[in-house]
Ligand binder design. Sequence first.
Ligand code: SF4
Length: 255
Amino acid sequence: MTSTLDPFSKLVTDLEDYMAFEAEEGRSAVEIDPAVIAELGAPPATGTSASEGTAEATQTEDIPVKDKSKGSDLESVAAQIAGCTQCALHTGRTNTVPGEGNSQPEIMFVGEAPGADEDAQGRPFVGRAGKLLTQMIEAMGFQREEVFIANICKCRPPDNRKPERDEMDACIPYLKAQIALLKPRVIVCLGGTATEGLLGLTGITKIRGSWHTFEGIDVMPTLHPSYLLRKQSAKHDAWADLQAVLKHIGRTVPK
Ligand code: SF4
């Protein structure tokens, strides 16, 4: 589907949709990086191929596996997450949500942080957005159990607000540890916060659909299922991104 809006009108429309989405998620304020505002008049960025891979991880500290020589596996990472007090989010959690799925996945999906349903169950993407994510995975020809699903932050932020930068920085070593163990062929970043947390890039509506890399693994940013629930017309874009992922790993691309 090709937009007939000029770039500025499309930007305004996207911003309106985003603000409405944030309000629906219970957030009353949104921080916008001044650099993003400065960028509004700039021409759209061209996509970055996987081979070019210009994106860098924003956080390079070591993974917090206490004893890497013993049991540095998914369960030990989850156990360390369960006892983690590295950031303020630990005070409001019911359960940590380390992630779940296949330990040798072709595809790993990374979201933002647990919401109320996920916090209650200790599992990622189990609410309405999770149901849609499962449908997206199945449309790709996978079962949910065949992929791995995780979040940038493993504890629920209060009122479902966006995690703060320091909270993402505190938590991302766990995600890095999981990625190092899982070795997925592709990581799909779900939404702007996951993309910012993993790649340090903002502006998901411009970034989505272009390849990047994180520690040698190809990364495809796409739209968050919660956003797609609110903006049905954006499903076409998200599906195009997922089709690109399938093509990238040599899978049959469903029509
Ligand atoms: S969000 Fe991550 S860093 Fe913060 S307390 Fe939870 S597990 Fe630890």
